[in-house]
Design a protein around this ligand. Structure first.
Ligand code: HPA
Length: 273
């Protein structure tokens, strides 16, 4: 079987044959957060199932295509729809697109997700700038023999989310009067939401929001030496003593509200990169 390095090279070559620009920025859009794509001056759209070794998307709310173009004059590559571990993909599959982005030249990765708000100060549709994470996923994309061409065996995690990008984001959000506070994201496997006892535990651990994605991509991006900026949109309130049942439809609707604000904020940040 081919290793990730060679598979990445094939996918990179395939995309380069369709799109001549070198992307500077990669964007991974979370559930209901695809609004940003409308602002891209699109050159090419490539369905995932055409790209060698790319997994295909199974979640309804995810489109499953790579949008290549420019955002405020910056060549970008947007994943419209991402892969989750709970869907049954391996961690290597979940993170393969990040390897491909890196192979194409992407140095900065922006990731968004829909997440549950654990910190009681958070409101529905709030934007949280992820400044650190807790990884409770049962597998790791970097497990196995390390290919030194891709990154180091023991990647440092003292600052997986780029400090400068966080500061720039806070500044930009302030200027635009978009509320966005930094906080800690905890990743769980899902697909079920958490019990009240679990939300209580996650809060005690120091998490502000909880979600089922992002951390694998961030681990691989760090392994590959990329700068990362990540956002959560709060789609449900995880208050253990006042927990209400949530429906996925509601989560997607609330994500769309936060997504509108992210779609204003992110291009403004990109302009300043
Ligand atoms: N828990 C886990 N993942 C989530 C949640 C949640 O409450 N909301 C959106 N994604």
């Amino acid at each position: 079987m081919q290793g990730i390095f060679d598979q990445t090279a094939q996918a990179v070559k395939f995309i380069q044959e369709k799109w001549a620009k070198e992307p500077q920025l990669g964007l991974i859009c979370g559930t209901g957060l695809g609004d940003l794509v409308k602002q891209i001056d699109t050159d090419v759209v490539i369905p995932y199932d055409e790209i060698p070794h790319f997994p295909t998307s199974t979640v309804q709310s995810h489109a499953g295509q790579l949008v290549c173009g420019e955002l405020r004059g910056v060549p970008v590559m947007v994943m419209e729809g991402r892969f989750h571990f709970y869907e049954g993909y391996t961690m290597q599959q979940v993170t393969f697109p990040v390897r491909v982005m890196r192979g194409l030249g992407v140095e900065t990765l922006i990731v968004t997700n829909a997440a549950g708000g654990i910190n009681p100060q958070l409101h529905l549709a709030d934007i949280l700038i992820i400044e650190d994470h807790i990884n409770l996923l049962p597998d790791n994309p970097l497990r196995g023999v390390n290919d030194d061409r891709l990154g180091p065996r023991f990647p440092d995690m003292s600052a997986p989310y780029d400090r400068e990008l966080i500061d720039l984001t806070r500044q930009t959000a302030l200027e635009m009067q978009i509320p966005a506070t930094p906080g800690v994201f905890v990743a769980v496997m899902g697909p079920n939401l958490e019990t009240r006892a679990e939300y209580r535990m996650l809060k005690t651990m120091g998490a502000d929001v909880v979600g089922m994605s992002t951390v694998p991509e961030v681990l691989v991006a760090n392994h590959a030496g990329m700068r990362v900026l990540a956002f959560s949109v709060v789609t449900d309130l995880c208050l253990p003593d006042a927990l209400e049942p949530v429906a996925i439809e509601k989560i997607i609707a609330v994500a769309a509200q936060g997504g509108e604000r992210l779609a204003q904020l992110i291009p403004q940040i990109v302009e300043k990169l």
